[in-house]
Design a protein around this ligand. Sequence first.
Ligand code: HAM
Length: 422
Amino acid sequence: MTVSTRFSAPKGVPDYVPPQSAQFVAVRDALLRAASLAGYGHIELPLFEDTALFARGVGESTDVVTKEMYTFADRGGRSVTLRPEGTAGVMRAVIEHGLDRGALPVKLRYSGPFFRYERPQAGRYRQLQQVGVEAIGIDDPALDAEVIAIADAGFRSLGLTGFRLDITSLGDDTCRPQYREVLQEFLLGLDLDDETRERARVNPLRVLDDKRPHIKELTAGAPLMLDHLSGSAKAHFDEVLGHLDRLGVPCTINPRLVRGLDYYTKTTFEFVHEGLGAQSGIGGGGRYDGLMAELGGQQLSGIGFGIGVDRTVLALEAESVAAAPSARCEVFGVPMGQAARERMVTILGDLRAAGIRADMAYGGRGVKGAMKAADKSGARIALMLGDRDLAEGTIGIKELATGEQRSVPLGDIVAEAGGTHA
Ligand code: HAM
């Protein structure tokens, strides 16, 4: 005797099932659309890559690399990692395919699952979904503003309003090393526990991101990167702010903004939604001017963002905004009898060919059961077809919201059903 086992999805890994999956698809597609309106071409990347790509690209001392990667040896003994983020893979592909030798900037958009072994909680998953863009090869503040405005427009096109955009500059390689020293000196002068002291040594900026109240208090007077920007980094940042202002994209300068990935330089930003609790970052990104060279490519700049699709869906829920129509179909067939059933199958084919979403009652249910299915389907109209209709060459159209019914010639059904198409 075999004992049957019920399986569940792995911990922290969401399924996307109807009807909620419609919202997921609507969010992903709206964000991708905002990117294609600005000329970003689609790139589809492998779900796993050489482990060293992420270690080098994302940063050896980041939480993502030290604690969160799904890394394993494949059957050939190579160390591979499920992609924790998209930017390193995009850079690898751009270099490998020589896109950086063509017209610049290279503008790319992508979407799909990413994998991080984090502690699962509301809005934090081990398989998360992102839509991202990267614009590579031109260091122009107007391009920074474009990237940020795409994310802003994507959110707004969904009807989302309760979010803010935090922005700062992390400086460039002419001012960051000096700032790092100043900050480190400040931090090492504080009364810190061993672990935090070690972090101050390895990655001092990360200490400014510490959420513990006593550390926040201790670091309240820490020197800020924004006060130590080089002339050119400052000019770049001011220009970005000017463009955003002209584009009507509101933002808040947050000099203590720290991102979890190490490749950022200059403009850095995060979209934060007020209604989400602890996991409030719905998207983030910035410039990464040293990344391509770090990965063996040319010395080219880049800027991009990653938006969390899951968190954007939660943000819409928090605002009670429905981004997707709830109806699975517009038209639902209710055949009465075998001949009507056969005819209904071809009618559905005609409706679908005309772009009308159509479904019918399968399984030989009686009229009552079939009408119940029609009501549940969310369709606007039911098509009522029985032997008498067939003999007369007609079909009944029932408005499901009002119960109103009329009879039309069978040959007109596509035009008639399409006519009720809102
Ligand atoms: P990130 O900030 O690590 O950036 O992730 C981007 C977004 O993905 C976050 O703002 C959040 O909405 C979502 N996200 C991250 N982790 C999780 C999780 N465990 N569960 C649910 N959602 C999550 C990047 O990944 C960069 N590659 C973005 C970028 C592109 N920077 C420049 N270009």
